[in-house]
Write a protein that binds this ligand. Structure first.
Ligand code: BTN
Length: 243
């Protein structure tokens, strides 16, 4: 397993994709101290000053492309386990990929699946954890829903230990995943999820859907129950919780 460490890159996901195109093996990791153009989901920018954990893992799983979203859920579980055990924090996961402390986001995950004619070629999973950063210094619009471990714990946490612990958790879960033990991962995700059981609004390109989140499929797709009792499956979107 190789770890590429940079002081600054545009985006660790982009560096990882370049390395994967050149044949980098599964498990290759790209870490940067800061990112000039960190990427969030849905084309958003991801503020990545030094002090945070900005990293990407290259994976080459033998799965159908439709199962790639599961890797996001699996990664979310690994981050949640790490923050619970290393920092003693009570965290929740908002579908599909936000790790929250209370109702504030501390980590986001950006999974990019690269498919070729024959199916899935490789996947890069980008993880951004607001570790030793001051959320007060974020622009007002980003500050609102965000927190950092430093802000929560009122002290700095050594990043190296956190990353090591995360990688161990990730490796265990990914091993289980490759052995087909999906139910265990999905159950862990469900028990950490603050989305299931909530009334949610999901913003999609075509408009907004409101319903009660009642479950998740084996491919990691969210199931909403609408007011009329019908069920709808949501593959992706921006999710907001209501009581
Ligand atoms: C989101 O919640 O919108 C996803 C944020 C993902 C951010 C991480 S930081 C490391 C990796 N490189 C990127 O450019 N983005 C991801």
């Amino acid at each position: 397993q190789e770890i590429y460490h940079y002081s600054e890159v545009d985006s660790t996901n982009n560096v990882a994709k370049e390395l994967a195109e050149k044949g980098a093996v599964e498990g290759t990791i790209v870490i940067a101290e800061s990112q000039r153009r960190g990427k969030g989901r849905r084309g958003k920018k991801w503020l990545s000053p030094s002090g945070g954990v900005w990293m990407t893992i290259i994976l080459r799983p033998d799965i159908p492309t439709s199962q790639a979203p599961l890797l996001t859920l699996l990664t979310g579980v690994a981050v949640a386990e790490t923050l619970t055990h290393e920092c003693g924090l009570d965290v929740g996961i908002k579908w599909p990929n936000d790790i929250l402390i209370g109702d504030k986001k501390v980590c986001g995950i950006l999974t990019e699946a690269i498919a070729r004619k024959g199916g899935l070629d490789y996947v890069v999973v980008g993880i951004g954890i607001d570790l030793n950063v001051d959320v007060d210094e974020f622009p007002p619009d980003l500050r609102k829903g965000a927190t950092s471990l430093k802000n929560e714990l009122e002290k700095e946490i050594p990043g190296e230990k956190l990353v090591q612990n995360f990688l161990l958790n990730f490796e265990n879960l990914y091993q289980n995943f490759k052995e087909g033990q999906l139910s265990e991962i999905l159950n862990q995700w469900r028990s950490l999820s603050t989305t299931i059981g909530s009334t949610v609004e999901v913003k999609k390109r075509g408009g907004t859907i409101r319903g009660e989140a009642v479950g998740i499929t084996r491919d990691g797709i969210l199931i909403l129950e609408m007011d009329d009792g019908s069920l709808r499956k949501i593959i992706s979107g921006e999710c907001t919780h209501y009581k």
